[in-house]
Write a protein that binds this ligand. Structure first.
Ligand code: MEV
Length: 316
């Protein structure tokens, strides 16, 4: 029996980085997925295969022996074998429908899909239970994660995520559409988060003012989303970009991508950790073509809608 799970990638509309220090963020999942297929074997070993690498480990091997990119999967596999007292081996295959390391939540989607797929070999957990395992798995590579990314990859849709873990689903009439553009500069989320921490320590008053401004921006953005006011949402995204530039997570390439898209889209910003990765630009039918054309001349880009389902699981 194969247990198959897939989880969507994510974009962050508002609040990345600031959420690490409290407050809230608004995220949504996108219609690109990571799929994980698992099956039990009689080899007694855990075999992991993904586009990013391969590993064969034992049930009790220490985590630091496992390559960083595969560590969360190894963690979930070991934890489930122990939890269900199983001496079996396991084969886990990961297939990615979008690029890794560019701020689209590949690592979180992988943690969620791995937790859903591997636990499905033994039991049927709720999404809340799967989310907890996924966040623990993500902590093997990014200790200070706010948990926001795994949450939206699990539940899908647009969510308001509070630092202490509360999740509110936002029901918007608007079918928000974005153009995602890839700077092709990969980044390490945990390194960028550490850099922002140093910025905060060196500039406590400015950082705390920015946190307050971000919080009030999010309040206004929520109203604009609920009222289907695309111009308002876009304007607030562009304002959020200014805050991100101030804490030093943008760069020349990202700035120019954002300003190029802003000529046609309702608003544009970095999504996720920054310092590379992707930008998102809010569009609708009126400006999607012109925005894709402007960005596509120099960058890899694609249009995306919101995935409203989140984690999907099945058995074959
Ligand atoms: C990364 O996608 C989002 C950050 O806010 C980190 C986090 O929330 O864990 C930069």
């Amino acid at each position: 029996m194969k247990s198959i799970a897939s989880a969507p990638g994510k974009i962050i509309l508002f609040g990345e980085h600031f959420i690490v220090y409290g407050g809230r963020a608004i995220l949504c999942s996108i219609d690109r997925h990571i799929t994980v297929e698992s099956e039990l074997t009689d080899t007694g070993k855990i075999e992991i295969r993904s586009d990013l690498g391969q590993a064969t480990i034992l049930r009790d091997d220490p985590m630091d022996r496992v390559d960083q990119v595969l560590r969360p999967i190894a963690f979930v596999a070991q934890r489930m074998l122990r939890e269900f007292n199983s001496g079996s081996g396991m084969r886990v295959v990961v297939t990615a429908g979008f690029p890794a390391g560019v701020g689209l939540g590949s690592s979180s989607a992988c943690c969620v899909a791995a937790a859903g797929s591997i636990s499905g070999l033994f039991t049927q957990y709720t999404k809340e239970e799967i989310l907890k395992i996924a966040i623990d798995a993500e902590r093997t590579i990014f200790e200070n994660t706010s948990g926001a990314d795994c949450s939206v990859c699990t539940f899908g849709g647009i969510i308001e995520y509070h630092r202490h873990g509360e999740i509110n689903r936002i029901d918007a009439d608007a079918m928000l559409q974005f153009v995602v553009a890839n700077s092709k500069m990969t980044h390490s989320t945990s390194e960028v988060v550490s850099r922002v921490r140093r910025y905060k320590e060196n500039n406590p008053a400015i950082f705390s003012l920015l946190c307050r401004q971000e919080e009030s921006l999010i309040e206004d953005a929520l109203d604009a989303i609920r009222q289907n006011d695309l111009r308002g949402v876009g304007q607030k995204m562009s304002q959020n970009q200014k805050f991100l530039e101030q804490i030093g997570v943008s760069n020349e390439t990202l700035d120019s991508m954002v300003s190029l898209a802003s000529r046609t889209a309702y608003g544009s910003k970095i999504t996720g950790a920054g310092d590379g990765g992707c930008t998102i630009s809010l569009v609708d039918e009126a400006n999607i073509g012109s925005t894709v054309m402007a960005l596509g001349a120099n960058y890899e880009c694609f249009a995306t809608k919101i995935d409203t389902v989140g984690l999907r699981q099945k058995k074959e």
